[in-house]
Write a protein that binds this ligand. Sequence first.
Ligand SMILES: [Zn+2]
Length: 209
Amino acid sequence: MTENKKHSGNLTLLGGKKCLDFINTLDWRGRDRPVEYLNSFEDVIRWAAYVKVISLKEEKDFSKQAGMNIKKAEEALTITIELRELLYKMFRDIQHGKRTQKQDLLRLNEFLQQAFNSTAITLSLTEFELDAGVDTTTLTGLLSPIVWDAVNLLTNEDLLRIKSCADTVCGWMFFDISKNKSRQWCDMKSCGNRAKARKFYQQKKNGTI
Ligand SMILES: [Zn+2]
């Protein structure tokens, strides 16, 4: 929904869930040429730090690793995009009332398997928590919190609240927390206003106002 001087470290975060903001790193999905914000693994690291799935120290560790091995960084970027598009497809299928494809679930489980490697149960003063930590020994280790976020969304939340912006060209996804599940736009200020302006223009053209 946004363009111009945007990069993975300053994108507007309107998804309401990290895994949906992750999906929104590909902008204008309905265009012939969508706008990609993850063009290198550095972009991925920058985004992960921006949405706080990795700490500043982890950001430095990952950057160092990626800088030392260009080929590994390229491979990690490919896997990152694969995860993003897998989640996009799964959530789109859910929105369209389509049953999730077996191979998609299988692939998500493979990502989950990797995420388990860095997950531990921790104890605070009073309660146990599942800590979806980040495995810094491998570049794709930074994807674990995203995988967990998607798994939590799929297993613990109302799937009817996962929506795509009513502007199909925009293509952003968000988690609708409105009372009546009535949110239509990723952002009223951009996509919502454009739709309003289009409707006004059409009505004026038709002489209905
Ligand atoms: Zn939108």
